[in-house]
Design a protein around this ligand. Structure first.
Ligand code: GLV
Ligand code: MN
Ligand code: MN
Length: 399
């Protein structure tokens, strides 16, 4: 068994849902906590120094973290509901093994190397993606973040107090100022590398993207006794809006998804009184993304008039377009034998950090091309190629 396969096998059962085969690893929930402890133990076994930032993020340092100008790598350990095994953990496991590889090569870094585990990257528990890195960077007010609730009504503050002992502290410019650069390795979330017949790519950019909540309100009533003509059914407005989102995105060459919905009271024999749905919109420019959202909102309002319902749209988070550091990107491309350069529609902590430090990403081939699903995959051989690539990058940057 290779070192990668051995380490990877340790993670495989943690938070896996036997029925779907996917993972339920929510920030500060039992599975993610198990993975955090596993990471800390792995880091300590390598004599790395653990630092927690008070926002749920963990850093493991090789070298003196106080020296600054650190070369940071890492990713996250949380998943979307029934997500794949690779999105996040591959970057963390690869970072640990890249440190092993550098030591096996006899490398002594001149700059500290850090491995980051960022909290709540997916936003699957508290709704705000990249919450840990946003807090660290001061992009979210810690009091507002502390009040965010999960689907059971548990606040972030409570979740963090119960597991880590304290709620989020917010901006840590002292820590951020010690990062010289960040390179995140991630499973590819499409199938460009299959078509290019290459195991590893370098990222060029992240599309602007965001999340909006749509609340459709009507009148809850009896399914059997309410005349069809008398209904004010928000489910109809919601359903028409899902189709409108699909049409708008296709028309404008963007991506729009409604993948989460809550129905009240959610009973077979009741016309719903309210439907809340979350729109995820992404495009290759902020203008196009805004156009999609505006178009969806307008069509939802028109439909609401016809249905006798109301619709409101609330922006929950918007992430700007990210163009990764071109000097760093070009250096990685050259170092990795003219690796292909790919943009992505997926969000990452690397997108948040890129506003503060030179940042780059490596993508490892995913033969299914599928992500945020149990079908997400990468072969051990490609993961090992990714680890070698990351070790080459860390050596080049830190020595
Ligand atoms: C995170 O994976 C996202 O792009 O939503
Ligand atoms: Mn990810
Ligand atoms: Mn993801």
């Amino acid at each position: 068994m290779s070192a990668f396969a051995e380490l990877w096998a340790q993670l495989a059962p943690v938070g896996r849902d036997a029925e779907s085969g996917g993972y339920l690893r929510y920030a500060f929930g039992p599975a993610e906590l198990t993975l955090r402890s596993w990471f800390v133990a792995q880091a300590k076994a390598r004599d790395l120094v653990i630092e927690e930032d008070g926002n749920g993020n963990i850093f493991a340092w090789w070298g003196d973290p106080a020296a600054g100008d650190a070369v940071l790598t890492g990713s996250h350990l949380d998943s979307v509901p029934h997500g794949g095994a690779y999105d996040g953990p591959l970057g963390v496991v690869s970072a640990l093994l890249a440190v092993d590889e550098l030591r096996a090569r006899g490398v002594t870094p001149a700059r500290p190397i850090g491995i980051a585990v960022f909290a709540e990257e997916e936003g699957s528990r508290f709704g705000l993606a990249c919450l840990g890195s946003r807090l660290l960077a001061g992009l979210v007010d810690p009091a507002a973040a502390a009040a965010l609730t999960d689907r059971e009504g548990v606040t972030l503050d409570t979740a963090m107090r119960e597991t880590l002992g304290a709620g989020p502290v917010g901006a840590r410019p002292d820590l951020l100022g010690r990062f010289g650069c960040y390179v995140e390795l991630h499973v590819e979330q499409g199938r460009a590398l299959v078509d290019l017949d290459r195991p590893v790519a370098v990222a060029s950019a992240i599309w602007p993207h965001g999340r909006w909540r749509l609340d459709f309100t009507g009148e809850a009533n009896h399914a059997g006794t309410t005349l069809m003509a008398d209904r004010r059914d928000p489910m109809l407005t919601f359903a028409a809006t899902v189709l409108a989102a699909n049409d708008e995105a296709r028309r404008l060459g963007a991506h729009a998804t409604i993948g989460r919905v809550q129905v009240y009271p959610n009973a077979t024999n009741a016309i719903p009184g309210k439907v809340s749905a979350w729109l995820d919109a992404r495009a290759d420019s902020p203008d196009t993304m805004e156009q999609v959202v505006a178009g969806v909102h307008l069509q939802a309002q028109h439909r609401a008039l016809a249905d006798g319902t109301k619709v409101t749209l609330t922006a929950e988070s918007v992430s700007p377009e990210t163009e990764f550091h071109t000097g760093l990107r070009d250096r990685l491309v050259k170092l990795l034998d003219d690796a292909p350069v790919l943009p992505t529609g997926a969000g990452h902590d690397a997108g948040v950090l890129s506003a503060f430090v030179p940042t780059a990403m490596l993508f490892v081939r995913n033969p299914t091309g599928v992500s945020h699903s149990p079908a997400e995959h990468s072969t051990d051989t490609d993961c090992e190629a990714g680890i070698q690539a990351l070790a080459d990058v860390l050596q080049d940057l830190a020595c």
